[in-house]
Design a protein around this ligand. Structure first.
Ligand SMILES: Nc1ncnc2c1ncn2[C@@H]1O[C@H](COP(=O)(O)OP(=O)(O)OP(=O)(O)O)[C@@H](O)[C@H]1O
Ligand SMILES: [Mg+2]
Length: 453
């Protein structure tokens, strides 16, 4: 070991003069180096590649292959190009120092040798070489560490990106859940209000309806009693005239009709109340049997205020082609919500298509919503189609209508959730399907398919 704690290395000595070989070998071995001797250039090249020394002492004047040639060969080989070569030159030889450096030598020593000079030069170049090697090794290790760190950073980055995506996803889900909650609550509020009104109406309608027939009986009795009185007792003149003016015969004939129309009014209110209660059905966890036509009817009733005529347009026609449908097991409240969303969109589309048209123009091509219901050909599904002759939609809108939050309506008018919720209810909650057909300027059709079992 030397002062810098670097191990003493292996030195290859190439010289065709045996005396020189011995001299150098003794000198260097004495100083603690490991020595390999080569009397010819070619032999040296083979031996050096076989086991790499840390330094080469190379004679210049040699038969077959001189020192410059050997050095050139060493420098083109990847394995040996970095091993330092010190040339040995005799003072009586012609020695081209420039060429020695050009072919890759790092130094030279001259014969006759001065032991201390040889040792000093050898030690210096060995140290330099070993330090260079160490530096290269450190560089390689650092490069490997850097690659590793890079890799770790990349992985970290990917993990961060993934976490970010998940966060974004969760945020969107949360936003959707929040909006859905608002929608559901809105529906629940409408439902509660409607159910409350329906309930409040029921009692007074019940009184009226229950008393109408009694009132009819009472009046019949009164009229009969009066007729009897007229027969049995002589009437005073003033009273007889009063009765004449009353036209009792007309009252007797008209009153039952009046009662009947009051009864039919009551029946109508009662059926509206039933419809309201149907619409406001709150769903339990379990599916229940439901007649879809009742759902459609109750939803139309709730939307009546939007369908009837106003100053800008005549009433929207609702054309119903109801087929014979069995009841299906479903969540009625949710399906009503779907009908509500589709019908509201149809009314919006019709209103939008009316923009810029006069009342008369609209009257010529009336606003229509057609509802068809039927069983599918294989009798396994119920098909409900709701078609409007509104403005339809372009392809790019049609492609996105089921996206959460997608709306073409102005802020405050649409949240872009109606169809996303409809899709979720039909597809995920009921295992059905919903499709949209639309032609710009002509209208839109939504087809819902619900499995019977
Ligand atoms: N019948 C239709 N005719 C034309 N366009 C329609 C029709 N139904 C839906 N759309 C288009 O699809 C979009 C999304 O409809 P969706 O019901 O999901 O949201 P919205 O009606 O805009 O808002 P929200 O229903 O939440 O109040 C609408 O903004 C509209 O552009
Ligand atoms: Mg909508």
């Amino acid at each position: 070991m030397n002062n810098n704690n670097l191990p003493l290395g292996q030195i290859a000595v190439v010289d065709d003069t045996t005396a020189n070989l011995h001299l150098l070998s003794n000198l260097l071995e004495g100083a603690g180096y490991d020595i390999r001797l080569f009397p010819r250039g070619k032999l040296a090249l083979e031996g050096i590649v076989y086991s790499l020394p840390d330094l080469i002492l190379l004679d210049i004047q040699m038969p077959e292959m001189n020192g410059y040639e050997v050095c050139e060969k060493l420098k083109v080989d990847e394995l040996t190009r970095n091993i330092p070569v010190i040339f040995i030159s005799a003072l009586n030889e012609t020695f081209d120092k420039v060429k020695a450096f050009q072919v890759g030598g790092v130094d030279y020593i001259s014969k006759p040798f001065q032991a201390e000079e040889v040792l000093a030069r050898v030690a210096t170049h060995l140290q330099l070489y070993q330090m260079k090697k160490k530096l290269q090794e450190t560089n390689i290790i650092q490069a490997q560490q850097l690659t590793l760190q890079n890799h770790q950073l990349l992985e970290l980055n990917q993990a961060l990106e993934k976490a970010n995506r998940e966060l974004q996803n969760n945020y969107e889900k949360l936003q959707y859940a929040q909006l859905q909650l608002v929608q559901t609550e809105k529906m629940a509020t409408i439902g509660n209000l409607v159910a409350g009104v329906a309930h409040e109406i029921n009692n007074p309608v019940g009184f009226i309806s229950g008393n109408i027939s009694v009132a009819q009986e009472y009046l019949q009795d009164l009229l009969s009693a009066l007729a009897l009185y007229q027969q049995k007792c002589p009437l005073d003149l003033e009273f007889a005239e009063e009765l004449e003016d009353l036209d009792l015969d007309f009252i007797a004939e008209d009153f039952p009709k009046l009662i009947a129309s009051m009864q039919s009014g009551c029946d109508r209110i009662a059926s509206i109340s039933t419809s309201l209660r149907t619409f406001s059905r709150t769903d339990t966890d379990k599916k229940t049997e439901f007649n879809l036509h009742e759902g459609l009817e109750s939803t139309i009733l709730i939307l009546k205020y939007r369908l009837k005529a106003n100053e800008e347009r005549p009433a929207i026609n609702i054309i119903k082609n109801y087929g014979h449908l069995p009841e299906i097991k479903c969540y009625p409240g949710q399906l009503n919500q779907v009908f509500m969303n589709i019908l509201s969109n149809a009314i919006d589309a019709l209103d939008e298509s009316n923009e810029g048209k006069t009342y008369e123009e609209i009257e010529k091509v009336p606003n229509c919503i057609t509802i068809d219901t039927k069983l599918s050909e294989n009798k396994k599904n119920i098909l409900v189609s709701i078609t409007d002759n509104g403005m339809g939609m372009p392809e790019e809108v049609k492609a996105r209508i089921f996206e959460q939050g997608f709306t073409t309506k102005e802020v405050g008018k649409g949240t872009g959730l109606g169809m996303a919720i409809a899709r979720q209810i039909i597809v995920e909650k009921h295992g059905g399907a919903i499709a949209c057909h639309s032609e710009l300027g002509k209208g839109t059709e939504f087809v819902i398919s619900l499995p019977l079992s």
